[in-house]
Design a protein around this ligand. Structure first.
Ligand code: GDP
Length: 424
């Protein structure tokens, strides 16, 4: 059986923590999209870790961790992260990398960086990890599959062809030094050394595992709002962030995905540019940012301050619907304990009309938040393990959100640790 843990918002909802909790009962944890452009922060008995490429199951010795074909694979990052976690006492994880995943090359990072600089004020707020150039190449059919590392001589001819086009862009659009085949081949040789022992036919492995009744977790990156089809285009990421894409990006039958846990944070946060209707500013925002997450709302990859706001019912309802949520995990609820009153964005006003349907980007740009204010609970709820023991106003907040979004909140997360979780 397959369970997907995916984001219903802009990312950073705490998916890593929820996956880490569920991984203790899983046999296989899979990353199926995205790359090193976003990170999960996980806090467990080994310490606090920011994972960008490794699946969150790496802390569990019983788990096989799979990097699926849909992932933008940064081989250096895989090697670095393995080294980092092992140097901090985590036993060598079981890891499998799809032979059909493609490689993020140094020139993807270079093009990402040059393009952000060229766009200057109009940039997408990319993390400059090479993700957009990577997926552009993948779909333009000029990407490099992991399996191609097997025969570096054949690959050399392909690299020559790739660089011919890249160098025209570098020279004429970016006025940058041209790339050399030898350097790229050196890079590919290094990647082969770093990852080859882990490479295999992951979809074949999953097919057999599912026949044996193994429990599989799909771990999403970012959230619905960053999906290239259903999100706030063009301020989105370059691979689908939806549970449905899990079947493609992992290579498993769609009907096996039985449970879809959409993770939504008890307030909102976003990194980078893009529409964000329930965003707040000034001192009010600064306080939420400082108290938020675990040690403040700052990006796991870039360290950039995240934009923050209150809960957005319109975006989250849409986010859960597109994920196909069977369950909702409401996270980081403990952070709101300082507020006397908690505003919730329950509708948008667009051109004088009130709506609860999430619109396309043009209309979204004109949307203003309609607020409903709920009473706060004014205490620290970390440490509570039973739903009934939560303060009444806190339960009212959870039940209000549940009713508004129309999907069942079955998991509440009230602290960054593995044990800070309440099941309903
Ligand atoms: P992800 O990409 O969705 O996994 O999210 P991130 O890891 O970027 O952001 C979540 C942050 O919130 C991390 O620092 C977590 O340790 C932290 N976190 C997760 N759940 C909770 C929670 O319930 N309470 C608090 N205070 N922090 C949490």
């Amino acid at each position: 059986m397959v369970t997907a843990v995916v984001g219903a918002n802009w990312g950073d909802e705490g998916k890593g923590k929820i996956t880490d909790v569920l991984a203790s009962e899983a046999d296989i944890v899979i990353r199926f999209q995205g790359g090193a452009n976003a990170g999960h922060t996980i806090k467990n008995h080994y310490g606090k870790f920011a994972l960008h490429t490794l699946p969150s199951g790496v802390f569990h010795q019983n788990v096989v961790n799979v990097i699926g074909n849909g992932v933008a694979l940064s081989a250096d990052r895989v090697a670095e992260e393995l080294k980092d976690i092992m140097s901090r006492g985590v036993p060598a994880p079981k890891l499998m990398i799809s032979d059909r995943a493609q490689l993020v090359m140094s020139y993807h990072v270079l093009f990402d960086t040059l393009e952000e600089a060229r766009l200057a004020g109009k940039s997408f707020g990319s993390t400059k990890s090479g993700i957009a150039p990577f997926y552009s190449d993948k779909y333009a059919k000029t990407g490099i599959q992991v399996a191609e590392l097997e025969d570096l001589d054949t690959l050399r001819e392909k690299v020559d062809g790739i660089l011919l086009k890249k160098n025209i862009m570098l020279k004429h659009l970016y006025h940058h030094e041209e790339l050399k085949t030898d350097e790229i081949m050196e890079e590919l040789r290094r990647y082969k050394e770093e990852i080859w022992p882990y490479v295999g036919d992951t979809s074949g492995f999953l097919y057999e595992a599912l026949k044996e009744g193994k429990k599989v977790l799909l771990e999403g990156q970012l959230g619905t709002m960053k999906d290239p089809d259903h999100g706030i285009y063009p301020m989105v990421t370059s691979s689908s962030t939806l549970a449905g894409y899990g079947a493609v990006g992992a290579g498993l039958p769609p009907y096996e995905i039985k449970k879809i846990i959409a993770v939504t944070k008890a307030y909102s946060s976003a990194v980078g540019a893009g529409e964000f209707v329930s965003e707040i500013f000034g001192d009010e925002a600064e306080e939420l940012r400082r108290r938020g997450g675990d040690g403040g709302e700052y990006g796991a990859t870039t360290g950039r301050p995240r934009r923050v706001g209150f809960y957005d019912v319109v975006a989250s309802k849409y986010g859960c619907r597109l994920q196909g949520a069977t369950d909702v995990a409401l996270t980081v609820l403990d952070v709101l304990g300082y507020l006397d009153e908690i505003p919730v964005c329950t509708a948008y006003e667009i051109d004088g009309n009130i709506t609860t349907e999430f619109p396309t980007t043009g209309a979204l740009m004109r949307a203003k938040p309609v607020w409903t204010t709920l009473p706060g609970w004014k205490c620290d709820i970390t440490g509570i393990r039973r739903y009934e023991e939560l303060p009444e106003n806190c339960r009212r907040y959870i039940e209000f959100i549940e009713e508004q979004i129309g999907f069942p909140v079955t998991i509440v997360s009230n602290g960054p640790g593995r044990d800070d979780v309440i099941y309903r």
